[in-house]
Design a protein around this ligand. Structure first.
Ligand SMILES: *[C@@H]1O[C@H](CO)[C@@H](O)[C@H](O)[C@H]1NC(C)=O
Ligand SMILES: *[C@@H]1O[C@H](CO)[C@@H](O)[C@H](O)[C@H]1NC(C)=O
Ligand SMILES: *[C@@H]1O[C@H](CO)[C@@H](O)[C@H](O)[C@H]1NC(C)=O
Ligand SMILES: *[C@@H]1O[C@H](CO)[C@@H](O)[C@H](O)[C@H]1NC(C)=O
Ligand SMILES: *[C@@H]1O[C@H](CO)[C@@H](O)[C@H](O)[C@H]1NC(C)=O
Length: 396
């Protein structure tokens, strides 16, 4: 149990004790005890229980406190145990149905979320020591001199020799001049964003991350916002949607123009097949003097990040760009909030959802197991490391 949870549980039991003593000694003639929950109580010292008044002195009447309310007491206890309960459950992913998970998420949602600075700092330190996004996220002239044989992230038996022509595409050093950012939004593409009215809130963030060139203009912008500081590009979208930037080059340029001067982040050195497509994106944007800046994931960063998540139980073949970018955001930002991360086919109110907010494809039928990645993200939420938007935003 995290310290915060232990404190809450202790506080709750002290208040319960207070309540019991109070109600059993409510007759004026009998001796009374007043138990005070002092500051020390939150440090768990037994000295926290102190007799403050002699039996003879009269007592002030109890004022109503929300903590004394039984329902909120139960809520506090339940919420403080949530993390442990959740950890146990998340080990049994295969035994639970989608409805079971939605119930767990309903419970999680009913508990107040509070940022836990210590948890955040610890997790960030772990991420820094494995991967150090600030220095190593992207390939730069600083970390990759001419003549480097760079091995691919996945096809790691293969290397690419960094000659001058490739080197010249790299920025001199890490380009995140505003680092550390205060409030960051990581916007996933889940159908849960449809009709969410989260756009205004997202656009207020200091830095907005998005995945795989999603639409942000027209009728979706009220739900997903339009501000974009970094967007990942899966090279397969270049082939499938933009015909390898031949006849559909103009459409591509029009689409990326909606991202202003955002960074386009590509996994150029993950698979050999990605390299040509990524360089093509770079050259296409350069020739048309576009404002967007192309940067490439460092293959070593992604390898280390995958190893890091493997130690947490994420054993999938390759991390999703959602988890990659969430990890980057935690490294670059003080406060991280995720939107549109929802691997379920329906809402907690049982409304069916499309796979993405911009298409009408239903998710694959049949729910086998909650993605391990999502379980990790929920744990980060429960620990107070990042915030998750589960449904509609409060204000438009
Ligand atoms: C305490 O709450 C009860 C029930 O909610 C109410 O009847 C009572 O008036 C409250 N007392 C005070 C002092 O607010
Ligand atoms: C869950 O699984 C992880 C690794 O698979 C293990 O380290 C941990 O102790 C398990 N937790 C519980 C509560 O069973
Ligand atoms: C890079 O690899 C090539 C071919 O495998 C080799 O000849 C060359 O010496 C290597 N260069 C460096 C700097 O390791
Ligand atoms: C948004 O606009 C697109 C194209 O203009 C249309 O296909 C889609 O149905 C619209 N979605 C909503 C929620 O109105
Ligand atoms: C968004 O929700 C509306 C209303 O529920 C629905 O008509 C529309 O098809 C949805 N759009 C997508 C892309 O799922």
């Amino acid at each position: 149990m995290r310290p915060g949870g232990a404190l809450l549980a202790l506080l709750a039991s002290l208040l319960l004790l207070l309540r019991l003593i109070w109600s059993s000694t409510d007759e004026p003639a009998r001796p009374r005890l007043l138990v005070e929950v002092s500051r020390e109580a939150t440090h768990g010292t037994p000295a926290a229980l102190r007799t403050l008044r002699s039996p003879a002195t009269s007592l002030p009447r109890a004022t109503n406190s929300t903590y004394l309310d039984e329902n909120s007491l139960r809520l506090t206890e339940r919420c403080s145990n949530l993390q442990d309960g959740f950890r146990t459950l998340s080990n049994k992913t295969k035994k639970y149905s989608e409805d079971d998970y939605l119930q767990i998420i309903t419970n999680i949602q009913s508990c107040p979320w509070k940022r836990q600075v210590e948890e955040y700092e610890n997790f960030r330190a772990e991420l820094t020591s494995c991967c150090d996004a600030v220095q190593n996220l992207i390939v730069s002239q600083n970390n990759t001199p001419v003549g480097t044989n760079m091995s691919y992230e996945v096809e790691n038996k293969n290397e690419i020799l960094i000659r001058e022509n490739i080197f010249s595409m790299f920025p001199v050093s890490q380009p995140f001049v505003g680092y550390p950012y205060n409030q960051c939004a990581v916007v996933g593409n889940g159908g849960i964003l449809n009709m969410s009215l989260c756009g205004a809130e997202i656009d207020k963030s200091d830095f907005v991350f998005r995945c795989n060139l999603p639409p942000t203009t027209g009728n979706v912008s009220k739900d997903v916002g339009s501000k974009t500081n970094l967007v990942t590009v899966n090279p397969s979208i270049i082939r499938l949607k933009y015909g390898n930037l031949k006849e559909k080059k103009a459409i591509f340029l029009e689409d990326v123009a909606t991202y202003g001067d955002a960074f386009l982040l590509l996994p150029a050195f993950s698979f050999r097949a990605n390299t040509g497509a990524s360089f093509k994106v770079y050259n296409t944007l350069k020739e048309s003097k576009a404002r967007q800046k192309v940067i490439y994931f460092h293959p070593k960063y992604l390898r280390n990040l995958a190893l890091f998540w493997r130690t947490k139980g994420v054993t999938e073949y390759r991390l999703s760009s959602g988890l990659m970018i969430t990890s980057v955001a935690i490294a670059l930002c003080e406060n991280v909030k995720l939107y549109g991360f929802w691997p379920f086919s329906k809402t907690v109110q049982d409304t069916p959802l499309s796979h993405h907010y911009y298409d009408n494809n239903l998710p694959k039928r049949g729910f086998h197991e909650m993605p391990k990645e999502y379980s990790q993200i929920l744990q980060l939420y429960v620990k107070g490391i990042l915030k998750l938007q589960f449904n509609k935003c409060e204000r438009a």
